[in-house]
Design a protein around this ligand. Structure first.
Ligand code: GAL
Length: 353
């Protein structure tokens, strides 16, 4: 009997080594990640986006890719241009690409549950970014306090009720397919319901803006003006894009700047409208924090490392481990202490000098 490897018959030794090697390779491949394709040295993250139409998403993409890069990971970005079928195809392409983790910004919260199931069949974990994916075993969710967004928007109006009579209010909700739009509305309702019940606020017209499109928001306000004339005091618009569409309708009617208008996202155009006085408030969501923490979580998922998420979001199927980030109400009076201080906007771009 051979006493050491050196004494062994060389052919037997060879067989032994190749057996060990194939077992090791099999192990790596079967784990389906942490070196998806051929044991990558750098994790590859797939980022599937609904759209790049709103300004913020372009910033989210750039910040996320940069943060992941700092953590030694590569990111493959695909944007679905607001098409569900296209987004599902994008996710399938990223799965075929054997990404180590998927980050999805869903166009349609429910439709993307199929994408999560496909990813899990390929043992790829999924992080939902900003918007929840419902009806599936989603691994992780990171976003802002979206109910609070709605509360800040409605509270801003509640703090500016007319001295006499009711506030005559128009409401523009976001895309019905976006779970966030429902959370923003829920937050707004939390503040408005008691005021409506007390007869201090009356909602004269309300509707959902498909795909969050500004032109759809403009149509909603045009319809309200046709019905009511210029007889209203405020527009509770759920984001800056829809606020911009609404303000176009007010401008055509010659009443821009005379009606309170809310928003969200601190888009550059919205910050400029705050200075001009045609929009009255927006909600600032620090994208640099969201993208940084999302990249950290995605890279940990890709490396199959444990992640910490202190909150949960019920998505109709499970309690998804979640991370919620803070937000800030912004008016023309605190632009410098918020979006300019954090470098999201420059003094020159906002104030023009
Ligand atoms: C929401 C997002 C908002 C807004 C909107 C339109 O889900 O939270 O920041 O931009 O989509 O894209």
């Amino acid at each position: 009997m051979a006493t050491s490897y050196a004494d062994m018959n060389p052919r037997i030794l060879l067989v032994l080594i190749s057996c060990i090697l194939s077992v090791l390779t099999g192990l790596v491949l079967s784990r389906g990640g942490a070196g998806g394709a051929a044991a990558r040295t750098r994790p590859l993250i797939g980022l599937s986006m609904d759209t790049l139409k709103e300004e913020r998403w372009q910033k989210d993409r750039d910040l996320f890719v940069a943060e992941a890069g700092k953590l030694g990971a590569d990111v493959e970005v695909l944007s679905a241009n607001s098409s569900d079928t296209r987004q599902l195809a994008d996710v399938e392409a990223l799965i075929t690409r054997k990404v180590d983790a998927l980050v999805i910004i869903p166009k349609d919260a429910a439709a993307m549950s199929k994408a999560v199931n496909l990813a899990h069949q390929a043992s790829i974990p999924v992080l939902a970014y900003d918007r929840l994916i419902t009806g599936c075993d989603l691994d992780l969710y990171i976003t802002f306090d979206n109910v609070k967004v709605g509360e800040l928007q409605a509270q801003f109006l509640a703090d500016r009720l007319p001295a006499a009579g009711k506030m005559r209010l128009l409401r523009i909700y976001g895309a019905k397919t976006d779970n966030n739009a429902k959370l923003f509305k829920q937050g707004q309702d939390n503040i408005l319901q008691p005021l409506i019940a007390a007869g201090k606020v009356e909602v004269l017209h309300e509707d959902w803006a498909d795909d969050w499109k500004p032109e759809n928001a403009k149509k909603i306000i045009n319809a309200a003006i046709t019905k009511l004339g210029p007889n209203f005091d405020a527009i509770l618009a759920s984001n800056d894009g829809t606020a911009g569409g609404a303000i176009q309708a007010l401008t055509e009617e010659g009443i821009a700047g005379k009606v309170l208008v809310t928003g969200q996202d601190a888009d550059l155009a919205a910050c400029q409208r705050l200075v001009q006085g045609t929009q009255t408030m927006t909600v600032y969501k620090p994208l640099h924090l969201l993208s940084k923490q999302a990249a950290e979580l995605a890279v940990r998922l890709a490396k199959r490392q444990p992640v910490i998420a202190r909150d949960v979001s019920p998505n109709g199927h499970t309690e998804v481990p979640s991370v919620f980030l803070p937000i800030h109400a912004v008016t023309k009076d605190n632009l410098r202490e918020t979006v300019i201080r954090d470098g999201l906007r420059s003094e020159k771009d906002v104030f023009g000098q």
